[in-house]
Design a protein around this ligand. Structure first.
Ligand code: AMP
Ligand code: GLY
Length: 424
C-alpha cells in the first residue's frame, strides 16, 4: 500500500511511525514532512494547504490511503477533494471540520444539544462587545471565531485587558477575518484533560486520556505555546469521569453532528475542563492533538492503519481498539525564545539508539546534516509501567540530544505525578 500523510510536525511523525508497523504499508509519503522524518517517509515538497497540488500528487502516484492530520487542510476541504478522486481518507470533511474551524459554530452546537460548556455570548460588532464587557464577570475569556494558529484565545484578568483584546481582534484584525466574530465566555477552573476519540459517525472510541503543558516555562508560567510536553494517561480523568464524559459529551457530540447533516469521521479531540460542576468542553479539535498524539499513539496496542480504515469504512464498531496499561511522557525540545523569536539552523545530534523515541517537528536536512528549523524542534517520548518511570526515561534521553539554543521544560508530568500520589 502507498499511504500519504498530510502535515509536517511531530504529530505527523508519530502517526507515520505507527503506520509503518503495518506490514502491508510499502511506501509512506509525507507532504511536506520535514528533514527529521526522512528515514521514515518520503518527504514531498508540497505544502499542507496546497490542496490542488496534494490531489494531483495523490492521483499521479496512485495513493491508496490518505491521512490528513492538520486543521488547516481539513477545514479547507482536503478530504472532500481527495474523496472526489476516489482516494479513501482519514479525517473529517470540511462541513464537519467546522467543529474546530468556527468557535461560534461549536458553541452554538453545544447550546442546541445541551452539551456542557462555558456560558457565552457571540458578537459581530465591536461596540456591543465593549458594552457587554463593562459588566461581564472578570476574568473573562475572549475567543476569535476562526483558526488563529492556537493564539486566538485570550484570558483577560482585568477589564482593561478584555477591552484591549476585543479591540485588537475586531478592530485591528490581529487574527484577520477570524476576528470578525468573537465569543466571550465564562472563565472555568479545574484540571484540563485532552481526550482524542476515533469516530466513524456511529460509534465513538475514546483513546487513552492525556495532559498537555501549554505554557512555555516551568510551573505553567510564560506565554502559551503549541505545547511543551504531554503525559498519558491523565490522572484526573478517572473511570467515573470518563463515563460521564462519554454519556454527556462524546456521544451527544457525535449524534449532534449527524443530526446537523455533518457526520464527523476521523479523530475528534475533546479539550475538557473538570470543573466543580462536572466536565465541560473547552474546545473541540477536528484532528489528533499535537503533542498529545506523541504520547497516545505509543500506547496504542492495536494496528493504527486498521483502526483508521475502519473509521473510513464506517465499521469501527467491529474493531477492537486496545491501549497498553502503561504510561507515556513526551518532552518537547524547542529553540530558545519560542514562542516569540528564536534562531534556527543549528545542527541537531540524536544518538542512533534514540531515533525510535524521537518525533521531529521542526528540522531540515542540509548536506546530510539535520538542522533546527522551527520553534518546537522535536519531542522525546518514553513509555513505562509507571508515569514516574516514563518521565525519568524521557529526561534521560533529552539530556543526550544536543543542539545549540535547546530549551525545554524540566517539569513535564510533575503535576500529574503529584495528582496521582494524592489520589486527586
Ligand atoms: P484553546 O485554544 O481553545 O485550547 O484555549 C487555550 C487555552 O485557554 C485552553 O487550553 C485553556 O487553558 C484556556 N481556556 C480556554 N477557554 C477557557 C475558559 N472558558 N475558561 C478557562 N480557561 C479557558
Ligand atoms: N495540544 C493542543 C492541540 O493540538 O490543539
Amino acid at each position: 500500500m502507498k499511504v500519504m500523510v498530510i502535515g509536517g510536525g511531530g504529530r505527523e511523525h508519530a502517526i507515520i511511525k505507527k503506520i509503518k508497523e503495518n506490514q502491508s504499508v510499502k511506501t509512506i509519503y509525507a507532504l511536506p514532512g520535514n528533514g527529521g522524518m526522512a528515514s521514515d517517509a518520503v518527504c514531498v515538497d508540497i505544502g499542507a494547504k496546497d490542496i490542488p497540488a496534494i490531489v494531483e500528487f495523490a492521483v499521479l502516484n496512485k495513493i491508496d490511503y490518505a491521512i490528513v492530520a492538520p486543521d488547516d487542510p481539513l477545514v479547507l476541504g482536503c478530504v472532500d477533494a481527495l474523496e472526489e478522486k476516489g482516494i479513501p481518507c482519514f479525517g473529517p470533511r470540511a462541513n464537519a471540520a467546522i467543529i474546530e474551524g468556527s468557535k461560534v459554530f461549536s458553541k452554538n452546537l453545544m447550546k442546541r444539544y445541551g452539551i456542557p460548556t462555558a456560558r457565552y455570548e457571540v458578537f459581530d460588532d465591536l461596540s456591543n462587545a465593549l458594552e457587554y464587557l463593562k459588566t461581564a464577570p472578570i476574568p473573562t475569556v475572549i475567543k476569535a471565531d476562526g483558526l488563529a494558529l492556537g493564539k486566538g484565545v485570550i484570558i483577560a484578568t482585568t477589564r482593561e485587558e478584555a477591552f484591549d483584546a476585543v479591540t485588537a481582534m475586531m478592530q485591528d484584525k490581529v487574527f484577520g477575518k477570524s476576528g470578525d466574530h468573537i465569543v466571550i465566555e465564562e472563565f472555568l477552573e479545574g484540571p484540563e484533560v485532552s481526550v482524542l476519540a476515533f469516530t466513524d459517525g456511529k460509534v465513538c472510541v475514546p483513546m487513552v486520556s492525556s495532559m498537555d503543558h501549554k505554557r512555555a516555562f516551568d510551573g505553567d508560567l510564560g506565554l502559551n505555546t503549541g505545547g511543551m510536553g504531554t503525559v498519558a494517561p491523565n490522572p484526573y480523568y478517572t473511570e467515573d469521569i470518563a463515563k460521564v464524559c462519554y454519556e454527556t459529551i462524546f456521544m451527544p457530540t457525535v449524534r449532534a453532528m449527524n443530526q446537523e447533516g455533518r457526520t464527523f469521521k476521523g479523530c475528534l479531540y475533546f479539550g475538557l475542563m473538570l470543573t466543580a460542576n462536572g466536565p465541560k468542553v473547552i474546545e473541540y479539535n477536528c484532528r489528533f492533538g499535537d503533542p498529545e498524539t506523541q504520547v497516545v499513539l505509543p500506547l496504542l496496542e492495536s494496528d493504527l492503519l486498521t483502526v483508521m480504515q475502519a473509521v473510513t469504512n464506517g465499521t469501527l464498531a467491529e474493531c477492537n481498539v486496545k491501549f497498553k496499561d502503561e504510561a507515556a511522557c513526551c518532552v518537547i525540545m524547542a529553540s530558545n525564545g519560542y514562542p516569540s523569536s528564536y534562531e534556527k539552523g543549528f545542527e541537531i545530534s540524536i544518538p542512533e539508539d534514540l531515533a525510535e523515541s524521537v518525533y521531529v517537528a521542526g528540522a531540515t536536512l542540509k548536506d546530510g546534516k539535520l538542522l533546527t528549523n522551527g520553534g518546537r524542534v522535536l519531542g522525546v517520548t518514553s513509555t513505562d509501567k509507571t508515569l514516574c518511570g516514563a518521565i525519568e526515561k524521557s529526561y534521560a534521553k533529552v539530556r543526550r540530544i544536543e543542539f545549540k539554543n535547546a530549551f525545554y521544560r524540566r517539569d513535564i508530568g510533575q503535576r500529574a505525578l503529584q495528582a496521582s500520589k494524592k489520589g486527586e
